[in-house]
Design a protein around this ligand. Structure first.
Ligand SMILES: Cc1cc2nc3c(=O)[nH]c(=O)nc-3n(C[C@H](O)[C@H](O)[C@H](O)COP(=O)(O)OP(=O)(O)OC[C@H]3O[C@@H](n4cnc5c(N)ncnc54)[C@H](O)[C@@H]3O)c2cc1C
Length: 404
């Protein structure tokens, strides 16, 4: 046990040293306000750098070029990444987590060979095509249709909210292959090459001014049958593999970033902002600071509890839902306090800092974006349903007749 802890501490120092030597100093200040293409180039640069250092794909098996780190080592790595304020590899998130988890669990050897090496060179960016205009929380209602014709599928329909699809080459696509079957049974899961004729993307502009998402229109798009992941009509089970491919380390990293970012709030509360930011001697500001600080500590304890369960091999249980609700509501209050303290300067939303985390100090942008966290990856209401049913054993939500 002691040896194990010493080894982990050695690993921590190694990562810390590597980040110190390789992370471009002041990258956040330098990239602030940069054009989207420059942000993309910086993400690619940093991913390749992390790969060179042996940290870009920490959970990937060595046989595929990953680091094969233990779960405990990954915890240390993400803590150090957050501590250093290194860029989040958000352009690679789907490829590193969802594609790896899905193809490892359900893909063919040929699919893994085709895509894994390309992902790790940094050349292959992926996006996710699950949600549709009438299928988000109730994903199993999806209607995008894939009809089999010999060794191909012809796909027609629409997807929406596809993050970074405009930078991606491939998409993890869910489509209905058997409209007669009950909802979850007639769905198949595909690798979609976004260069295939018949695909058009339309960016969706957000309240923050950016267009992070896209609508995806598919008009007689051909997908070769070899791009089917798992069994035909068996896509729902494959989608579960995608959704469980990330085991709590993202939220650990985010919780740590927030813990480190709290210093910014304290500093803002101690130095007057032009035109009106309230200060630390204001009772209400003190109350809000203490509230946010206490909840940040509690968040880390919740995350520790979940990581402990995973380390003991018990699975994450219902903890991810509890943490998701807790984190996203805390992030809203954290960034709202930033806006209050930031005075007139915080009324202006600068362009997003790609990979910069959720509390960049660009308070209006941070605050507006914080609302997205109550929606993505399952809304707060859906998480509360899960907590009610799975943790508390409360009665299930009534289902509509005939829906399976
Ligand atoms: C930042 C971000 C990134 C995203 N990236 C992607 C992506 O890359 N690919 C992708 O496919 N999708 C993506 N999404 C979409 C996301 O998965 C959906 O927004 C989410 O599942 C909710 O679906 P919806 O938007 O259709 O809302 P709806 O499901 O229509 O919900 C509308 C409202 O009704 C509530 N509601 C719905 N059902 C229930 C219920 N049973 N009980 C109580 N309340 C309910 C919801 O909580 C919500 O408040 C992203 C979303 C965000 C915000």
């Amino acid at each position: 046990m002691i040896d194990e802890l010493k080894k982990l501490e050695g690993f921590r120092q190694e990562v810390r040293g590597w980040l110190l030597a390789n992370l471009p100093a002041d990258w956040q200040a330098k990239m602030r306000g940069a054009a989207e293409a420059d942000h993309v180039a910086f993400q690619k640069f940093w991913f390749r750098k992390m790969m060179e250092g042996g940290y870009g794909a920490p959970h990937w098996a060595r046989e595929w070029g990953g680091s094969g780190f233990s779960f405990a080592e990954q915890i240390v790595l993400y803590e150090e990444i957050a501590r250093a304020g290194a860029p989040r590899l958000i352009l690679y998130f789907i490829a590193l987590h969802h594609v790896y988890g899905t193809l490892t669990a359900c893909g063919s050897e040929e699919q893994r060979r085709r895509h894994f090496p390309a992902v790790l060179t940094g050349d292959e960016i992926w996006c996710q095509g699950f949600s549709e205009p009438n299928a988000g929380s109730d994903l199993a209602s999806l209607r995008c249709r894939a009809e089999r014709r010999g060794d191909r599928f012809i796909v027609n329909g629409q997807k929406t909210w596809s993050s970074n699809a405009h930078h991606a080459r491939y998409c993890l696509l869910l489509a209905r292959t058997d409209p007669q079957a009950t909802k979850t049974r007639g769905i198949s899961y595909f690798i979609l090459d976004l260069k295939t004729p018949g695909i058009s993307l339309r960016p969706i502009k957000q309240i923050t001014g950016e267009a992070h998402f896209n609508e995806l229109f598919l008009d007689d798009v051909e997908i070769p049958a070899e791009n089917l992941i798992g069994a035909e009509h068996g896509g729902w089970a494959v989608a579960q593999a995608t959704l469980s491919s990330e085991r709590g380390l993202t939220i650990l990293e985010l919780a740590e970033r927030m813990r480190n970012g709290f210093g910014m709030l304290l500093k803002a509360a101690q130095s007057p902002a032009p035109m009106g930011g309230q200060l630390i001697d204001d009772d209400e500001i003190r109350r809000r600071l203490i509230d946010v600080h206490t909840r940040i500590q509690a968040l880390r304890l919740l995350v520790n509890n979940m990581l402990g369960r995973v380390l003991r091999g018990e699975g994450a249980g219902v903890e991810p839902s509890i943490i998701k609700v807790y984190y996203s509501e805390l992030l809203r209050d954290f960034t709202d306090l930033g806006v209050t303290l930031g005075g007139i300067g915080a009324q202006y939303a600068e362009p997003i800092l790609m990979g910069g985390g959720n509390e960049t100090g660009n308070w209006m942008q941070d605050y507006l974006y914080s609302w997205a966290w109550t929606i993505s990856g399952g809304t707060s209401e859906i998480q509360r349903n899960i907590i009610a049913e799975k943790a508390l054993g409360l009665p299930r939500e009534p289902k509509l007749a005939g829906v399976g």
